[in-house]
Write a protein that binds this ligand. Structure first.
Ligand SMILES: *[C@@H]1O[C@H](CO)[C@@H](O)[C@H](O)[C@H]1NC(C)=O
Length: 429
């Protein structure tokens, strides 16, 4: 489009002098009569056309004076200048349009929406965005839940656990220690009526979904995997209502208030399945292939997975996209494990044929948000680490969950120093 216009303009300019003289002579008088104050007010291109048509209509006129010719000449120069300026503007607009059409200026559009473009600051002072804006709360998603969360949440955040009757005894230890730690903002999403009654009789905030809702029929009739997908679908509503959720399994002992130990700078802040600095926080795992000779060492980035049974998720678009992607894949791939899918969606980079998630993530301190491998393999044998009080302990690495949960309470709450000793590091099979 820009190119076409430019060619047209050049041909006009090429014959400019001839046209100027001719038109000047022919139309000096016409201008004097009809346009005593000049005609170049707003649309130079249009004026050109107007000159031409006036010429045809009026034919030759008589009163051509040198002043008139001069005036018309200077007017035409003015047209050309205005024309050039206009073309420049069109060119610039076209460039902007092209950029937009490439679909690669998403970030630029966000900048236009959110604020001013910035210059980069001096060396070492520059930080990219990692804290995404929260979504506008949408109460219409679930009015009943919105009302409940107004009562339960503190500063728009709360702990949420899903529970059915199979985990009732663990749930009891779970909320007993939450209460003991002085935490008020927590909620049990009951998957059956027995858990509703159990929570009510223990003064535990409980929520059960509307039995008519599409999600809930999954809970009743769906297999294991459908139910694990359920967690992510239910969480979505909390986020849509504008709440940050600390999602919690029930095999977790609370020793301090976790909300005093969050950074809140990322979409997802999660505890790790890692057991030392390297595995929890990432490391360069060097792959050795001697046949490659000089290039035998290939470097890889590794990190132990995030634990999808304990993570803090902020109500942002990337967070909700994560939940949707995980729930979608769990329903399409019935043999997949929700924690594996959660990590794949969170960490896989964009590549040909695939758009990665681009969520901001943070790994929690492995000694504050401790998994049971760290506790039984390392901490309980280390006199210094033994004295530190974690925020939570997640008995995720051991199948004898209830016994180990009780031992954790004995050790950290009741100060029984040998409470952890009877257990092997791993499970006995
Ligand atoms: C792990 O990292 C922390 C923090 O960087 C450091 O203080 C500690 O010494 C490290 N531990 C080991 C065993 O390297």
């Amino acid at each position: 489009m820009a190119v076409l216009r430019r060619e047209k303009g050049q041909s006009l300019q090429g014959s400019r002098i001839a046209v100027a003289i001719l038109i000047g002579i022919l139309l000096g008088c016409v201008f004097a009569v009809f346009y005593p104050h000049g005609f170049f007010s707003s649309n130079p291109t249009g004026s050109h056309r107007r000159i031409a048509s006036s010429n045809l209509q009026t034919g030759l006129s008589s009163c051509e004076s040198p002043e008139r010719i001069k005036m018309v000449k200077s007017d035409i120069v003015l047209i050309s200048e205005k024309n050039a300026e206009l073309k420049k503007q069109v060119r610039e607009l076209n460039e902007k349009l092209q950029l937009a059409e490439q679909g690669q200026d998403h970030a630029q559009k966000q900048v236009l929406l959110l604020g001013k473009q910035q210059k980069a600051g001096p060396f070492g002072t520059v930080k990219g965005l990692r804290t995404n804006p929260t979504v506008v709360p949408d109460e219409s998603v679930n009015v009943r839940l919105a009302k409940l969360l107004e009562e339960v949440a503190v500063h728009k955040e709360l702990i949420v656990a899903l529970a059915n009757s199979n985990v009732k005894t663990m749930l009891e230890v779970w909320f007993a220690n939450i209460k003991k730690a002085g935490i008020r903002n927590y909620l049990v999403v009951a998957l059956d009526d027995h858990i509703v009654d159990f929570c009510k009789s223990n003064d535990v905030p409980v929520y059960k979904r509307d039995p008519d809702s599409g999600i809930d029929s999954v809970a009743r009739t769906g297999g294991n995997h459908a139910v694990s997908g359920l967690k992510f679908r239910i969480l979505r509503e909390f986020l849509q209502l504008g709440y940050s959720v600390l999602l919690s399994d029930v095999d977790i002992i609370y020793l301090q208030n976790p909300f005093d130990h969050l950074y809140r700078d990322s979409d997802v802040e999660s505890m790790s399945d890692g057991h030392d600095n390297m595995t929890a926080y990432g490391f360069d795992d060097v792959f050795n292939e001697p046949a490659m000779g000089w290039a035998r060492y290939a470097h890889t980035m590794r990190i132990w997975v995030y634990n999808s049974g304990f993570f803090y998720i902020r109500p942002t678009l990337p967070s909700i996209e994560l939940l949707d992607r995980v729930a979608g894949r769990l329903s399409r791939e019935p043999n997949s494990w929700d924690q594996a899918v959660f990590n794949e969606e969170l960490f896989s980079p964009s590549h040909p044929g695939y758009d990665g998630l681009h969520a901001a993530k943070r790994t929690m301190d492995m000694f504050l948000f401790m998994n049971s491998k760290v506790l039984f393999k390392t901490v309980r044998k280390d006199p210094a680490l033994k004295t530190l009080k974690p925020v939570i302990v997640h008995v995720n690495y051991h199948p004898d969950k209830l016994r180990r949960m009780q031992a954790v309470v004995e050790f950290y709450v009741n100060g029984k120093q040998d409470a952890l000793d009877p257990f092997p590091d791993g499970s006995d099979w």
